[in-house]
Design a protein around this ligand. Structure first.
Ligand code: UGA
Length: 435
């Protein structure tokens, strides 16, 4: 099929390259001409394992191209995906749909022949109706259908998630569109991934409900971790014990410094707003948002406690600034708030992250960026693991003890055990575990 991706950001690029890999003919477009020029030169603007090779191979095969000419790209395509950003609107937490609507207008003017317009961006329930209205108003002659097809990719595992999805959700009431979408996803449905056909509104809500539920799971286990600390139980044992129950499941039960990233914080807020506007508040999600906000400051207090109650003038080494491993994304990363809180308490902060530091310089003041965990730890009175990069899982504690001002490890991702670091003379604190 001939496919156009409008928006060559994270979702557009991963989906576009993956569709090309399935054998479709894909053009990824973006308004940002510099980005398109770079993509044409083989430069990938984001860090995602495997994406560079996937793009390279499919460009070489001729199935994947890049363009800033949206009209030509739409005119040649049977399916046009909208994969532009929907950031939180300043002030009220609603999703900002201006990019989606602007893209819809541009697409409308260029449609030729029956065209399926698919919103892949995360959009509040009812957005598909508005996209349809805009296209009809801009081009009354257009033969088209608007479909919702939310994306469930995780950063850092996006290509694998695209190839092996748990399900593919397609929201449409249009028979022709249903047929076209079945063709688009045919290679995946052969792999047994269920295609869930539903109404457009249900599909839009599925995305928010899924992210809301997962965020709630993380907030839940974090509260259970706090309880474990008070009553002397191990949260990992509790998570394991409840996770065997198939109704609960073992995933997303890792206690830590709270969720971050470009999705959970934004989508939970937008879901709460949508529900309030509809007069049926989703209080569990409102509470999840509040729990997660408070979590980061609580983690900074944990560091203060590990340093004897006062960090004024002390140097603290922070390992991990990205919101999770295998990404350079620092949006809403718990580490940012934790660093801020440490500085508010008078500490000097040193940071190391294998990928995230290039973006951190513009949002953090007065921190020292370093080139390795060991350079980061130099003269520090505590080492704080905020992101569980694999390279932090086998630190040389003898070496660390030699260079740090005090042997204190605060492990906010529970990747060590007390006894293994105590052996090297380290004081250890973690999340929700006595050992
Ligand atoms: C999330 C969803 O998992 C994807 O399915 C969805 O497509 C995506 O949002 C999106 O809406 O685009 P992502 O933000 O990439 O994906 O990251 P996750 O792996 O879900 O992690 C989110 C946050 O939760 C991270 O800060 C992570 O550290 C935290 N988390 C996750 C925990 O603290 N504990 C866990 O057990 C799991």
């Amino acid at each position: 099929m001939r496919i156009c991706m409008v928006g060559s950001g994270y979702v557009g690029l991963v989906s576009g390259a993956s569709f090309a890999d399935f054998g479709h003919d894909v053009v990824c477009v973006d308004k940002d001409e510099l980005k398109i020029a770079r993509l044409r030169a083989g430069e990938i603007p984001i860090y995602e394992p495997g994406l560079d090779t996937l793009v390279e191979e499919n460009v070489a095969s001729g199935r994947l191209t890049f363009s800033s000419d949206i009209a030509t790209a739409v005119a040649r395509s049977e399916v046009v995906f909208v994969a532009v950003g929907t950031p939180s609107r300043r002030g009220d937490g609603h999703a900002d749909l201006s990019y989606v609507y602007a893209a819809s207008r541009e697409i409308a003017g260029a449609i030729e022949g029956f065209t399926v317009v698919v919103t892949k961006s995360t959009v509040p329930v009812g957005t598909g109706d508005e996209v349809e209205r805009i296209i009809r108003e801009t081009n009354p002659e257009a033969d088209f259908a608007v479909v919702s097809n939310p994306e469930f990719l995780r950063e850092g595992a996006a290509i694998d998630d695209f190839r092996r999805p748990d399900r593919i959700v397609i929201g449409t009431e249009d028979e022709r569109a249903r047929e076209v979408m079945s063709q688009v996803y045919r290679p995946l449905s052969l792999n047994q991934a269920p295609l869930v056909f539903t109404s457009r509104r249900a599909s839009e809500l599925i995305k928010y409900a899924a992210n809301g539920f997962l965020a709630m799971k993380v907030a839940f286990i974090n509260e259970i971790a706090d309880l474990c600390e008070q009553v002397g139980a191990n949260v990992q044992d509790v998570a394991r014990g409840i996770g065997f129950d198939k109704r609960i499941g073992p995933k997303f039960l890792n206690a830590g410094p709270g969720y971050g990233g470009s999705c959970f914080p934004k989508d939970t807020l937008a879901l709460a707003k949508t529900a309030q506007d509809a007069g049926t508040p989703v209080r569990l999600i409102e509470t999840t948002v509040a729990i997660n906000d408070q979590r980061k400051r609580a983690m900074a207090r944990k560091v203060v406690a590990a340093c004897g109650g006062d960090i004024r003038g002390k140097t603290i080494a922070v390992l991990g600034i990205a919101f999770k491993p295998n990404t350079d994304d620092i949006r809403e990363a718990p580490a940012l708030s934790i660093v801020q809180a440490l500085q508010d308490n008078g500490a000097r902060v040193r940071i190391y992250d294998p990928e995230g530091m290039k973006h951190a310089a513009s949002v953090l003041d007065d921190v020292a960026f370093t080139q390795s965990p060991y350079e980061c730890a130099e003269a520090a009175e505590a080492l704080v693991i905020v992101t569980e990069w694999n390279m932090f899982r086998a630190l040389d504690f003898e070496r660390l003890r030699g260079i740090m001002a005090a042997p204190v490890l605060v492990d906010l991702r529970n990747i060590y055990r007390r006894e293994e670091v105590a052996r090297h003379g380290f004081a250890y604190s973690c999340v929700g575990r006595p050992d």
